[in-house]
Design a binder for this molecule. Structure first.
Ligand SMILES: Cc1cc2nc3c(=O)[nH]c(=O)nc-3n(C[C@H](O)[C@H](O)[C@H](O)COP(=O)(O)O)c2cc1C
Length: 227
């Protein structure tokens, strides 16, 4: 199996990431990913309270003794979730790596860095990747337009975005959006990344919870016309 600088920095066997997924990134999936030697992320905001996140971390530890992380999505909001409390649970639980996403992580970095938590920041543009690198994060996840979740506003596909980011980013960089098998991983490495995210691709096709989640969310939309 391929080993890259990403594996050394984040302490995992394989350069594969299961990115945070709302409602999907729970202990069952994340422990399975960790047991397979990749880096899985529990999704903090799937847990209704910070206390529930602490319990989910403990539940995941019952299913794996390998390292895993927590995704903290910090989207701006008029009534934001208690991000600082979720952040403190991550640090106090001894989680080795956090995936931040949705906004500039500067406010949260001192606590994570002071607590020895590595930060993988998810970006959808080269300028945000460069900014996060300047702020001192440990790695970048760069999401092309193909990704699920919030693909940003620039609509740049991975084939263009990933090599453009690789020219400016010197810390480990994860290519994200549309990857989900070994061919994709090889392509990500060729584009200049040191790992790739398999989010929708991280669970078995026949039992893929994110597909069910996306499908049911789609069918609840007004005027939905599923193909
Ligand atoms: C059902 C679902 C929920 C997601 N929720 C989040 C989230 O809460 N926070 C986040 O940073 N990314 C979220 N993502 C994005 C993934 O972590 C990942 O960046 C993206 O899906 C990569 O594309 P891929 O699915 O093609 O691998 C979600 C993706 C899916 C499919």
């Amino acid at each position: 199996m391929v080993r890259t600088r990403f594996c050394d920095v984040f302490g995992v066997e394989h350069p594969i990431v299961q990115g945070g997924m709302q409602w999907v990134g729970t202990a069952e999936l994340v422990s399975a990913v960790a047991n397979a030697g990749a880096l899985g992320f529990l999704t903090a905001l799937t847990q209704p309270t910070p206390e529930d996140l602490a319990k989910e971390i403990a539940r995941c530890r019952e299913m794996t003794d390998k390292p895993f992380g927590v995704n903290l999505t910090i989207l701006p909001s008029i009534n934001p979730p208690p991000y600082a409390e979720y952040r403190d649970v991550i640090v106090e639980s001894g989680i080795p790596v956090v995936e931040t996403a949705g906004f500039n992580p500067a406010e949260h970095l001192p606590t994570f860095q002071g607590g020895g938590v590595k930060v993988l920041h998810k970006c959808t543009s080269v300028r945000h990747a460069v900014k996060a690198q300047e702020l001192g994060v440990d790695g970048i996840s760069i999401d092309g337009f193909e990704c699920a979740g919030h693909p940003g506003e620039d609509d740049i596909p991975g084939l263009v975005l990933i090599p453009a980011a690789a020219e400016k980013v010197s810390i480990p960089m994860v290519a994200s959006g549309g990857f989900g098998d070994a061919r994709g991983l090889v392509a990500a490495l060729a584009l200049g990344a040191t790992a790739s995210t398999w989010a929708r691709g991280s669970s078995p096709r026949r039992r893929r919870p994110c597909t069910r989640t996306s499908s049911s969310a789609w069918s609840r939309r007004p005027n939905a016309t599923p193909s």
